[in-house]
Design a protein around this ligand. Sequence first.
Ligand code: NDP
Ligand code: NHF
Length: 264
Amino acid sequence: MEQITLNNDVKIPQLGLGVFQIEDQKVLQDAVQAAIKDGYRHFDTAALYRNEKELGQVLADSGLKRDEYFVTSKVWNDVTTYDETKAAFAESLKKLGTEYLDLYLIHWPTEGYLEKWRALEDLYEDGKVRAIGVSNFEKDDLANLLTNARVKPAVDQVETHPYYQRPELHQLLTELGIAYESWSPLGRAQNGALQDPTIAAIAQAHEKSTAQVILRWHLQLGEIVIPKSTHAARIAENSAVFDFELTPEEMTLIAQLDQGQAVG
Ligand SMILES: NC(=O)C1=CN([C@@H]2O[C@H](COP(=O)(O)OP(=O)(O)OC[C@H]3O[C@@H](n4cnc5c(N)ncnc54)[C@H](OP(=O)(O)O)[C@@H]3O)[C@@H](O)[C@H]2O)C=CC1
Ligand SMILES: O=C1CO[C@H](CO)[C@@H](O)[C@@H]1O
C-alpha cells in the first residue's frame, strides 16, 4: 500500500477503509477482515459511527501488531469544551482498545473548535496521538485555526469526488502543507459518478471498473482516500488501484466533470 508522509513525518497509508454506516458487529468484522486480507492497513472511524468498540475488537483479533495498522477517529460536534474533548478522546481510546490513536480529527468546525483544538494539541504533545487534524474545515475555518494553533493540522478530511472536486481547497491545503483526505470518494454511490460515461470509457480502456478509475484519480491528485464497502469483492476492487495509471489527458477529462455538487 502506498503511503503519504504527513507534515510531522508520520506515514499514513494513502488508501483506507471507511466504516461509516457499518454498525452490525458481524458485517464490520467481515469487512475489516476482508480488507486486511487485501492489504488495507488504514481504518477511518468516528465517535459518531458507533463502531469503535467493534473495530477495535476486529483489529485486536487480526494478528496484526499495533504499529502495523493506522486508525483514525474523530471528536463529534456535541463535544464543545477542552475537558469534554479529552474525555471523548479517552472514551475513543478505550472503545478501540488501544493506547494511542494514529490520527484524531475535529469532525466539523462547530462550537468550541478552537478549544477542542487546544485539547488535541495537548494530547499530541503528550504522545497519545501520532497526528492531529481537522475535517470539513473550509478556508476561513483553517485561517482562524492557524492563527490560534500551536500545532498545524496534519490533515483536512473533506468531501470530494468527481462531481465535487474543490480545486481551490485542494490548492490551499497544498500551499499550507496539510494533507488532503477525501471522504465519500465514490460520491457515496448515489450521485451517478459510478455510471458516468466519460469515466466508464476510461475504465474500459484500462480494463478497470469506474470505482477503480475514480479512486485512481484521487490518488494521482495526491489525496488520501477512504472508500467504504461491506462487500468483499468491492473491498478488493477498491484496493486494486496501484497497478495502473491515468494519463494526463484522462485526468483532464475527469477534471472537466466537476459540477460543484456535494452529496453529504
Ligand atoms: N469526515 C466526515 O465528515 C465524513 C467522513 N466519511 C468517511 O468516508 C468514508 C467513505 O465515505 P462514504 O460516505 O461511506 O462514501 P463512499 O464514497 O465511500 O461510498 C460508499 C458507497 O459506495 C458503495 N461502493 C463501495 N465500493 C463500490 C464499488 N467498487 N462499486 C460500487 N459501489 C461501491 C458502497 O456500497 P456497499 O457498502 O454496499 O458496497 C456504499 O454504498 C466513510 O465510511 C467515513 O469513514 C464519510 C462521510 C463524512
Ligand atoms: O462522518 C460523517 C458521516 O456522514 C454524515 C452524513 O453525511 C456526516 O455528517 C458525518 O460528518
